[in-house]
Design a protein around this ligand. Structure first.
Ligand SMILES: [Mg+2]
Length: 255
């Protein structure tokens, strides 16, 4: 089973209804599970800590972030040279762990853009120069917004849009709904798409991406998607539940 984090398991520092019980049930049943998030700012270790604080035990290799997917793509492309990161600690660490040295100069072979809460005009300018000189342009995800405590903050997609507008170049995006995070999670779980359920709170990323790979899909209404949005959606999740508590009730009766 694969779960999105924000809006499914927790919102900010608050565990959502049923999430602790849901994950305890998965462990008792011996059902392998992993988490996938488009948020590239935190490291897997930070997610493990955050989940443990909520009472959910998890190992680092059960957490797949868009930062890991971006770093994995650079390696698969067999790029050699330094990488310019526009992003947070999670993205910088992932790229470095993939064996790349970071640079603040326009000599980069790749520019990886994610959510950068310390973004400066100088960094944006260098990133655009590097891309114009031929660097690969990778985006962690294209999410326009990041829901934070009842507010919508500009997401990675807003920063990617600035680079795209300035350079006229299209990025390769690795976040949901693209297949990379689901594929990485499936590899780690060792399960096939058909036997794996993806639980998310967003139709355009979680449900759509999983659906395209032939996975089973469930939507919980504790995050971004509303019942009204579901009415209009082109892709219908197989299961819809108010929260993980309700989903647990249904799955534990009919696994
Ligand atoms: Mg979410």
């Amino acid at each position: 089973m694969i779960l999105d984090l924000d809006g499914v398991v927790y919102r900010g520092r608050q565990a959502l209804p049923g999430s602790v019980e849901f994950l305890a049930w998965l462990r008792r049943q011996g059902i392998p599970y992993a988490f996938v998030t488009n948020n590239s700012t935190r490291t897997p270790r930070q997610y493990v800590q955050h989940l443990q604080d909520l009472g959910i035990s998890v190992e680092e290799d059960q957490v797949v972030t868009s930062a890991l997917c971006a770093a994995d793509l650079l390696r698969r492309w067999e790029l050699r040279g330094r990488v310019l990161v526009v992003g947070g600690a999670g993205l910088r660490e992932a790229v470095q762990r993939a064996g790349y040295e970071l640079t603040e100069e326009a000599d980069a072979v790749a520019v990886v853009v994610g959510l950068d809460t310390d973004l400066t005009y100088a960094r944006l300018r260098t990133a655009c120069s590097a891309i114009r000189r031929g660097a690969h342009f990778v985006a962690t995800n294209l999410d326009a917004n990041l829901p934070v405590e009842g507010e919508l903050w500009p997401g990675a997609g807003a920063i990617v849009a600035a680079v795209r507008t300035a350079t006229g170049r299209e990025p390769t995006s690795v976040g949901k709904p693209e297949p990379y995070p689901f594929e990485m999670a499936l590899r780690r779980l060792g399960t096939s798409p058909e036997e794996t359920l993806m639980i998310g709170d967003q139709i355009a990323t979680d449900v759509l991406g999983a659906f395209r790979l032939g996975m089973r899909t469930a939507l919980v209404l504790t995050g971004v998607a509303s019942a009204e949005e579901l009415e209009r959606a082109a892709v219908r999740p197989e299961l819809v539940a108010r929260d993980l508590a309700e989903l647990l009730g249904r799955l534990s009766h009919d696994p």
